[in-house]
Ligand binder design. Structure first.
Ligand code: PM9
Length: 462
């Protein structure tokens, strides 16, 4: 093992650069007002450092770009599909692959294939698109994550774990026949990028198998999860991320994947399964909603880039630097006393907006206000992960009031240097010093689905 105190550096160097635009405060005040205080509605050219998401914002390597030139753009049977299929088998172990244009395409197909009206779908905390597809297919999502996940300062090393008593309680209440599958997001995005342990997935499997319930792995950032297992779980320190990922996936029956995260591409995803009948159903449906089963809404070159990205992303040197960048940023905030979710997650630092803006009530959207204020302060873009993202209860129409009211500052892979992180952290800290001046927001436009993407707000008291 290398000396942990030795400095580390990114395992790549820059070949192509994209200029950044610096704006002044006045400009940004206008831009965010125009955008209805929603960072998703800003024009990216008005953003200085873009930490909105790590989804599709990664920098591809020369190896991936070279692969793009080898795109086989035949309508059917593209060689890039077969290469992707062989890599999915190699790194995740699933037998059958259906490519999709991105993660929610995979969620759509799988939810429609497996959920019947009146079913229940447990999961370790909701994810926005995942839960919506489950609901649209007639299911009801049930959160079975451990309680620690809802407490930003709890230091449990595997805060993404499933609470087996909650899962068993649901089975006893509704019956295994009403639960087609359980979704395991690993790590858990909405909890702050918190991992699931190998021990926990093994136990989930035991219980699920007893009741004939499938396990669906949301493998979107599964490589980061494998890295956390390597770092934190007994018995895994000497295993590679690739070995751990394969073992983790072996405890599950299927996966949905947004390749836009772990797999270092700008577009792409897939659903992979072991069971032939489920595969047949997915393969039937993909031609209705995405494209032929050997391209699923992607160009051949996109599949090639994703297959090659998989090979690069699973390398220990890549994934450890990726997570260390996030840790570096989080530590800067912690050192300055800024309240964040701990332990620091794999893809983002989540600021605890409930504490940061403790004078703004949750129905005045403190996290939404903080994301907007951070943009005004610095030109850095991030996103809300609180009451706006949580949406409304589909039965009562009321807002969900999640315990976690967070702002997510997310790191695209291989895009920014430590100096960008220093700048972003400086501005969060400056904002923290004047936090008492902040005002809440009022929602003035609310779309029906996934409201956080398009909702508009106005400042209260201005
Ligand atoms: N995640 C993210 O920024 C992009 C859209 S929501 C702001 O975190 C998980 C764990 C995700 C995810 C997307 C999807 C959907 C599924 N599971 O965006 O459709 O984090 O490719 O994937 C986003 P797609």
């Amino acid at each position: 093992m290398a000396n942990s105190k030795a400095p580390w550096a990114e395992p790549y160097k820059i070949k192509v650069v994209e200029p950044l635009k610096v704006t002044d405060r006045e400009y940004r005040l206008n831009a965010i007002k125009e955008a209805g205080y929603n960072t998703f509605l800003l024009k990216s050219e008005d953003v200085y450092i873009d930490l909105l998401t790590d989804s599709g914002t990664n920098a591809m390597s020369d190896y991936q770009w070279a692969g793009m030139m080898l795109g086989d753009e035949s309508y059917a049977g593209s060689r890039n599909f077969y290469y992707l299929e062989s890599n999915v088998r190699k790194y995740y172990g699933y037998k059958h692959l259906v490519p999709t244009h991105q993660g929610r395409g995979a969620e759509h197909l799988l939810s429609r294939a497996l959920i019947k009206d009146g079913d229940y779908v447990p999961g370790n905390m909701y994810f926005t698109t995942t839960r919506l597809h489950q609901e649209l297919a007639g299911g009801t999502f049930v959160d079975v994550i451990i309680d620690e996940a809802h407490d930003p300062q709890n230091l449990h090393p595997f805060k993404g774990n499933v609470d087996l008593a909650k899962f068993e309680g649901l089975i006893n209440r509704v019956g295994g026949g009403k639960i087609p599958y359980i979704t395991i997001g690993a790590p858990v995005n909405m909890a702050g990028g918190q991992p699931v342990s190998m021990d926990n997935i093994r136990r989930v499997k035991e219980l699920a198998n007893k009741h004939d319930i499938m396990i669906v792995f949301d493998a979107t950032r599964g490589m980061e999860n494998a890295y956390f297992i390597q770092q934190r779980e007994e018995g895994y320190a000497n295993k590679s991320v690739a070995e751990i990922l394969l073992e983790f996936a072996s405890h599950t029956d299927a996966a949905t994947m947004s390749g836009k995260k772990d797999l270092l591409v700008n577009i792409g995803g897939f659903v992979a399964v072991n069971d032939w009948d489920t595969f047949e159903e997915l393969r039937n449906m993909v031609v209705i909603y995405e494209g032929l089963h050997t391209y699923g809404g992607l160009a051949g070159r996109d599949m090639e880039a994703m297959a090659r990205g998989m090979e690069e992303a699973v390398q220990d040197a890549h994934i450890s630097t990726r997570v260390k960048q996030v840790e570096y940023f989080g530590q800067l905030l912690l050192d300055a006393g800024v309240p964040i979710v701990e332990p620091i997650g794999g893809h983002a630092v989540f600021v605890d907006a409930r504490k940061f803006y403790d004078h703004i009530p949750q129905d005045q959207f403190p996290a939404q206000a903080l994301a907007a204020d951070f943009y005004i302060e610095s030109g850095v873009r991030c996103m809300e992960r609180g009451i706006v993202s949580a949406g409304r209860n589909k039965e009562t129409g009321e807002h969900y009031f999640p315990k976690l009211e967070l702002v997510r500052i997310t790191f695209p892979r291989r895009v920014y240097m430590q100096s960008h992180l220093d700048v972003a952290a400086y501005h969060v800290i400056e904002l923290f010093k004047k936090r008492h001046e902040a005002k809440g927001l009022e929602m003035v436009y609310e779309p029906t689905y996934l409201r956080f993407f398009q909702a508009r707000f106005e400042r209260i008291g201005k």
